[in-house]
Write a protein that binds this ligand. Structure first.
Ligand code: NAI
Length: 331
């Protein structure tokens, strides 16, 4: 199955090549790499390939799927867990199989979530800069002790549970909200309704997928319910948050701090070096002006272990689809 990888970064090529080389010679794949993201303009690059491999910001909507099917593509491999960028119904209609990597290292994202919480809370990002400049003043670096705080976890799947476990380890009271509460949560915290979680938590962390129901889950109404000065953390998908409403809540000091690893318009910004360019996303630039906002560029998944797992599972999915066996990770 000739495969073309879209949105390739050097690390994607390295880990996929390593995983491919580790397979028995007869089971290896012919893989080509493209830096371009997949969308309606670039779908023609898949001509002559039977499979395409994509990431979080590639567009796999009906138009793109139609173009892919015309090029002879039979499978789309997502090297990520979330699949909000895909139209699975259209894929089914067009006979294109889709498979993803549902769980590569929930702990990687959970640990990054905690890194964001701790950085923002203890202001280590600012301390780092100050000390390097020989400024040892503490004024402006006052944090609060995480132990004893109430943390609200929205979405109690693999990453939500891993986050809840770590928060418990820090001595936090954990509240959770999920339409389907997993049995494993009982020993970690208390399940509550969404509004109660928002009204009670000192830290609200989002771990649910982006769907039509969860789009702008955090909007002016939910921000209004949150405790004054609470921290909001999003390592899930950008559009869970109405960024405009969050900016207003930061300006009024209703929201005490914001940490995000994902951003609604991230496809225009993330995963490339734009340091020499003028960034014309005024919403993003406004976020950058707040001292109590911390943004990372969708790196929650970015550990050696997770990249290894993603590459191996992606190639296993491809092997499954090539052989016509049912693929456990198919959408
Ligand atoms: P999962 O599928 O194991 O868990 C998602 C949970 O959210 C499920 O328990 C589901 O019932 C729950 N949920 C669905 N609708 C909800 C709602 N309206 N309110 C509350 N909970 C709801 O997914 P997993 O592996 O835990 O990943 C969660 C999300 O994290 C993914 O959808 C993806 O968007 C994001 N992610 C981010 C990464 C990063 O690098 N920042 C890497 C991997 C995933």
């Amino acid at each position: 199955m000739r495969t073309i990888v879209f949105s390739t970064q050097p690390y994607d090529r390295r880990f996929l090549d390593e995983a491919n080389a580790a397979r028995p010679p007869a089971e290896r794949f012919l893989i080509d790499y493209q830096e371009a993201a997949l969308d309606a303009r670039t779908a023609a690059l898949a001509e002559g390939y039977e499979a395409v491999c994509v990431f979080v910001n590639d567009v796999v909507d009906e138009t793109v799927l139609q173009a892919l099917v015309k090029s002879g593509v039979r499978a789309v491999l997502l090297r990520c867990a979330g699949f909000n960028n895909v139209d699975p119904d259209a894929a089914r209609r067009l006979g294109i199989a889709i498979a993803r990597v549902p769980a590569y290292s929930p702990e990687a994202v959970a640990e990054h979530t905690l890194a964001l919480i701790l950085t923002l809370n203890r202001k280590t990002h600012r301390a780092f800069n100050r000390v390097r400049e020989g400024n040892f003043r503490l004024e402006g670096l006052l944090g609060s002790t995480l132990h004893g705080k109430t943390a609200g976890v929205i979405g109690l799947g693999r990453i939500g549970l891993a986050t809840a476990r770590i928060l418990r380890g820090f001595g936090c009271q954990v509240l959770g909200h999920d339409p389907v509460v997993p049995p494993g949560f009982v020993e970690l915290g208390r399940e509550v309704a969404l509004d109660e979680l928002l009204a009670t938590a000192d830290i609200v962390s989002l771990h649910c997928p982006l769907t039509e129901q969860t789009r702008h889950l955090i909007d002016a109404r939910s921000l209004g319910l949150m405790k004054t000065g609470a921290m909001l953390v999003n390592t899930s998908r950008g559009a869970l948050i109405d960024t405009g409403a969050v900016i207003e809540a930061l300006k009024t000091r209703q929201l005490g701090a914001l940490a995000i690893d994902v951003y609604e318009q991230e496809a225009e910004l993330f995963f490339r070096d734009r340091s020499g360019e003028i960034i014309d996303d005024d919403v993003f630039q406004r976020l950058m002006t707040f001292p109590n906002v911390l943004v990372t560029g969708h790196q929650g998944f970015f550990t050696v272990e997770a990249l290894r797992e993603i590459s191996e599972t992606t190639l296993d999915n491809l092997a499954c689809l090539r052989s016509g066996r049912p693929c456990p990770n198919a959408l």
